[in-house]
Design a protein around this ligand. Structure first.
Ligand code: ASP
Ligand code: MG
Length: 441
């Protein structure tokens, strides 16, 4: 008997029909002879709706109460799915994150999992039940208060439980058929990726690909959990996220297909170099203008931001103009941290001695990701040539061993993504991607 962990996202359980459809899938998995643990997100846009509601009551919802409110969304889905499952004649029991033993730090809205003690889940399974767990939440070890793990974190709940329980597979069900070479909403000819390494998936998630939560991928890599990202609206094989995608892809190819044409082989090689193009419109850019070009000034700027708990992404410092001895420092950060960052910098102004601050939230980031760029020259040249040909202006550049990212105007993101996707031969001949649900909110 295998242990299967399945996570269903908000668009898969958006309404009563969705919940009934998921219940049938869960029951089928159980009837195939598996132990089944299910993690659910809140129905449809429930989390956003609850956030809006809190905003109508107060402009500054106390974080503890906000977590109490938001966790109700996942709890609704879990209870309804348990009812729908029992209606099909199979025993099921729902649990909150806290009941499932998800123990976290105390930071409301962004708590980290520190331990999982799933004894109630283990006994529910032993009694033959399907265990259905509310995602995205836990309980703080120190304060005993209910916490949430950050937006989109039901994925993380699923992988953490799969790791703690030694599951055979962790299936993440969503509203697309898997991880694509670009967002199919922007590039309709994006291609489904059969298998991708943890490190590439981490870069994709960190660069704005929303299909998997970043921390879920970190968790999967740390504990070696194999993740299968697939659609709850179809039975197609999705994308396998694993340590060694080449082996997995070869194994699947030899079982799935016969002789491959030269063209197809060419495609495979290209895919091995580049895995995809990701984009992100959730960041803003701050420029600290007129920073004295002296040791310690960058440290003072970034210490002020660290003290305010701001997560930075790209950082660029210009060469100082020799005549003035001043330089500019630019960095990107989540838009949601913009106000806090500006306040923290204003406070440090006298100490650092800069002239002024510029805030720009009309930017976007486009990233090319692929483990093959380590060993293949010319990737950057092709990337920048593709952007140049469309006339998109580049405002910042940053790279890792397996990623190149640029900041552009927000309105240029779609054009840039399409140009780069085509330049690397990633377009498929037919439209493969089906977006089954979701409002994209
Ligand atoms: N419902 C939460 C959110 O919308 C968590 C999740 O969907 O994973 O962010
Ligand atoms: Mg989600």
């Amino acid at each position: 008997m295998a242990l299967v962990v399945q996570k269903y996202g908000g668009s898969s359980v958006a309404d009563a029909d969705g919940i009934k459809r998921v219940a049938r899938r869960v029951v089928d998995t159980k009837k195939a002879g598996n132990d089944v643990v299910v993690i659910v997100s809140a129905m449809g846009d429930t989390t956003d709706d609850l956030l809006d509601l809190a905003g109508q009551v107060t402009p500054t919802p106390p974080p503890r109460e906000l977590d109490m409110l938001l966790t109700a969304g996942e709890r609704m889905s879990a209870a309804l799915l348990a009812m729908a499952t029992m209606q099909l004649g199979v025993q099921a029991r729902s649990f909150t994150g806290s009941q499932a033993g998800v123990i976290t730090t105390e930071q409301h809205g962004d708590a980290r999992i520190i331990d999982i003690t799933p004894s109630r889940i283990t006994s529910a399974l032993a009694e033959g039940d399907i265990a259905i767990i509310a995602g995205f939440q836990g309980v703080s070890q120190s304060t005993k208060d209910i916490t949430t793990l950050g937006r989109g974190a039901s994925d993380t709940t699923a992988v953490a439980l799969a790791a703690a329980m030694g599951a055979d597979v962790c299936e993440i069900y969503t509203d697309v058929d898997g991880v694509f070479t670009a967002d199919p909403r922007i590039v309709p000819t994006a291609r489904k990726i059969d298998a991708i390494s943890y490190e590439e998936m981490l870069e994709m998630a960190a660069s704005g690909a929303k299909v998997l939560h970043l921390r879920c991928v970190e968790y999967a890599r740390r504990y070696g959990v194999t993740v299968h990202v697939r659609s709850s609206f179809s039975t197609k094989t999705g994308t396998w996220v694993t340590a060694d995608p080449a082996t997995l892809a070869t194994a699947q190819r030899s079982t799935n297909s016969g002789v491959r044409g030269a063209d197809e082989q060419g495609e495979q090689m290209e895919q091995a170099i580049i895995s995809g193009v990701a984009h992100d419109r959730s960041e803003a850019k701050i420029t600290v203008v007129g920073v004295p070009d002296k040791p310690g000034k960058a440290a003072a700027i970034f210490e002020a931001l660290a003290a305010a708990e701001i997560n930075l992404d790209m950082i660029v410092q210009n060469v100082s103009a020799a005549a003035t001895g001043l330089t500019d420092v630019s960095f990107t950060l989540p838009k949601t941290d913009g106000k806090t960052a500006i306040k923290a910098l204003e406070k440090a102004k006298a100490d650092v001695g800069f002239d002024s601050l510029q805030y720009d939230d009309q930017i976007g980031k486009v990233s090319l990701i692929g483990a093959g760029m380590r060993s293949h020259p010319g990737v950057s040249a092709r990337f920048f040539a593709a952007l140049a040909a469309t006339g998109v202006n580049i405002e910042m550049i940053s790279t890792s061993e397996i990623r190149i990212s640029v900041v552009t105007r927000a309105e240029d993101v779609d054009t840039a993504v399409r140009a780069v996707h085509t330049a690397f031969g990633l377009d498929s001949e037919q439209v493969e991607a089906v977006v089954y649900g979701g409002t994209g909110r």
